[in-house]
Design a protein around this ligand. Structure first.
Ligand SMILES: Cc1cc2nc3c(=O)[nH]c(=O)nc-3n(C[C@H](O)[C@H](O)[C@H](O)COP(=O)(O)O)c2cc1C
Length: 387
């Protein structure tokens, strides 16, 4: 061991190297499927065809995998992050609800994987606190021509070509076109109340500003096209009619997935669903920290480790989210968000008001909410869509 060996720094240094994500699966002697997520899958040799992966020597999943005659490497697709998270645990029932079929040699092929490679064990040798497992390739296939899931600095992502030409996101263009149909109403509200009013579209877990009318007293810090990661409690307004699985995914985006945090965010989502809007009270220090984290995230090309800072800063806003407004009282409000009904082939969208004057009365705030709901109601009537 080198004299100044620093395990934390070593791990961080290695974390700067991206990996793909694969699930190694097998069926144990007693007929149960087992699997473990590995970032260490690698090709080794073409002739003979050999692959490798490196399980921890104390991995219980690998101890079970090892009892099988064959195993299968499943390369995960970029839309399989939830499956990856489910299988990366040590839980005994982690295969419950996972759809798979037996490969030619019987090991599980996971539905939705990009490709799979079925192998026999060629060699298992000890290497420090890991094993080096060499697999002799027996069968393999490409299943889906899609982007693989990538892992980098402790976060998940996907490959983007280094071309200078940005690929247009068709959903985003549709959302911007829909926003144009309500432009005059959004501008009227912005003018009438002297506030900033924008339209947001939810693309995956980003809220993207697709239209902005900025007549507010405060300068809108983020330009048109700005992408803001949706992290609970923020984004609750987008989940007005989302199924449980989607709500679960949203809850899982919190910086920690503890029961207390889940309950808190679920309660806040319940409030937003009951009221039909979300409100964020302004507390300059917490809000500034959040905006600073967001700017840093943008400037860093959206690095996962910067996103973690955004997650923490967003979570700090929880006690400012959806305060109960008492009649006759005054409040400092940072933003109001109302779901904007859209045709079902469009992304989920929302209306947001910011740049609101300080010390506003409950009655004033209610009139802003009413104005946003009015735009949403008219959009629903015109398109005959979900609310
Ligand atoms: C992206 C990612 C990559 C991983 N890569 C490996 C790996 O290469 N080797 C390993 O032993 N564990 C790896 N793990 C951890 C295991 O998937 C998981 O924590 C472990 O299998 C569960 O506990 P167990 O030891 O009982 O099997 C990785 C986890 C993730 C999320």
């Amino acid at each position: 061991m080198p004299k100044d060996f620093d395990p934390g720094l070593f791990r961080e240094t290695l974390g700067h190297y991206p990996t793909g994500v694969a699930v190694v699966t097998a069926v144990t002697e007693d007929g149960n499927p087992v699997g473990m997520v590995v970032g260490t899958f690698s090709s080794v040799s073409l002739d003979p065809p050999l692959i490798a992966f490196f399980p921890m020597s104390n991995s219980r999943s690998f101890a079970q995998l090892r009892t099988a005659r064959t195993f299968c490497i499943n390369v995960l697709a970029s839309d399989q992050e939830p499956l990856c998270r489910a299988l990366a645990t040590g839980g005994a029932n982690k295969f419950d609800g996972v759809t798979w079929r037996p490969g030619p040699l019987g090991s599980p092929i996971l539905e939705g994987a990009v490709s799979w490679i079925e192998c026999t064990f060629e060699d298992v040798r000890e290497a420090g606190d890991h094993y080096i497992v060499l697999g002799l390739v027996q069968e393999y296939a490409l299943e889906r021509s899609t982007l693989p899931l990538l892992f980098f600095q402790g976060g998940y992502g996907r490959f983007t070509p280094g071309s200078l030409v940005a690929t247009p996101d068709p959903e985003l263009i549709q959302a911007a076109q829909f926003a144009e149909t309500i432009r005059s109403q959004v501008e009227d509200v912005s003018n009438e109340f002297g506030v900033n009013c924008s339209v947001l579209a939810r693309i995956r877990w980003d809220a993207i500003q697709v239209l902005a009318a900025n007549q507010g007293s405060a300068v809108e810090p983020f330009p048109l096209g700005h992408r803001q990661p949706i992290i609970p409690p923020l984004g609750a307004a987008f989940l007005g009619d989302s199924p449980t699985a989607e709500v679960d995914e949203w809850l899982g985006r919190a910086p920690d997935d503890g029961q207390e945090r889940r309950d808190l965010n679920l309660a806040l989502l319940g409030k937003v669903r009951d009221r039909g809007y979300s409100i964020l009270a302004a507390r300059p220090d917490a809000f500034n920290r959040y905006q600073a984290a967001l700017s840093e995230f943008e400037l860093s090309d959206r690095l996962p480790r910067k996103e973690r800072l955004v997650r923490h800063a967003a979570a700090e806003l929880a006690d400012l989210f959806c305060p109960d407004l008492e009649p006759g009282q005054q409040y400092d409000i940072a933003s109001i968000v109302v779901l904007l009904p859209t045709p079902s082939d469009l992304p989920t969208m929302a209306l947001r008001m910011t740049g609101l004057p300080a010390s506003s009365t409950t009655e004033q705030i209610e009139s802003w909410i009413h104005a946003l709901k009015d735009i949403a109601g008219k959009a629903a009537a015109v398109t005959g869509t979900r609310r």
